[in-house]
Write a protein that binds this ligand. Structure first.
Ligand SMILES: [Zn+2]
Ligand SMILES: [Zn+2]
Length: 202
């Protein structure tokens, strides 16, 4: 014997069915939209970039605030660190490309920036090894242009050759290792030539 559903239930079932269809369609449409948007973004990458740049400039204060809110969260920081470690190659590649672009766009500006950077990390290293303001350990010379980093146990020349042009950058990268001190060029040269600076002999 077949059980017939009451008309009321039939109507209800029909309603549920229509409603389900309706929501399903919405979800489907949204998904399609998402896909399409993604594709569009891929095709118009330059445009998107420009747009977000404009948006950022317009809402600078607000954006900074919003980003800082994320930035201050410990959780976010850990996540970012993990991401950076995972995508190290990608980041390096990106930085290289960015540097090249920046360099090509304005060579004069880049040169100035590099010069400033070199001065800055040199000063940082001097301050780390002798305090602020930096001075020669031997004769207390304080003119920064006269100061240099000295390898306490010698062999500085070979080490510098090994490290390359940017010795100060190397120091910073290696968290300022021990075995270095600040000397002025005079004392540094005297130490190299006579093993002990004349200031110390008297
Ligand atoms: Zn000196
Ligand atoms: Zn000296």
């Amino acid at each position: 014997m077949k059980i017939r559903k009451s008309p009321k239930i039939q109507i209800l079932n029909r309603k549920v069915y229509i409603l389900r269809e309706y929501y399903f369609n919405i979800v489907k449409r949204r998904m399609n939209q998402k896909e399409r948007r993604k594709e569009w973004r891929k095709k118009n990458r330059e445009k998107c970039r420009e747009y977000s740049k404009k948006y950022y400039e317009k809402n600078r204060e607000k954006e900074i605030k919003r980003r800082m809110k994320y930035y201050n969260k410990e959780e976010h920081r850990i996540k970012m660190k993990e991401w950076r470690e995972k995508n190290r190659e990608h980041i390096r590649e990106y930085e290289r490309r960015y540097r090249k672009k920046y360099r090509d766009r304005d060579r004069e500006k880049y040169r100035k920036w590099m010069k400033d950077y070199r001065i800055r990390i040199r000063l940082q290293a001097l301050i780390h090894y002798s305090g602020d303001p930096p001075k020669c350990v031997c004769c207390s010379e304080t003119e920064i242009k006269f100061l240099t980093i000295d390898h306490i146990h010698g062999k500085g020349k070979e080490h510098r050759k090994l490290v390359g042009v940017n010795f100060y950058h190397w120091l910073k990268k290696n968290n300022y290792p021990e075995g270095y001190q600040v000397l002025c060029w005079n004392c540094n040269l005297a130490k190299a030539l006579y093993e002990i600076c004349p200031h110390q002999v008297k």
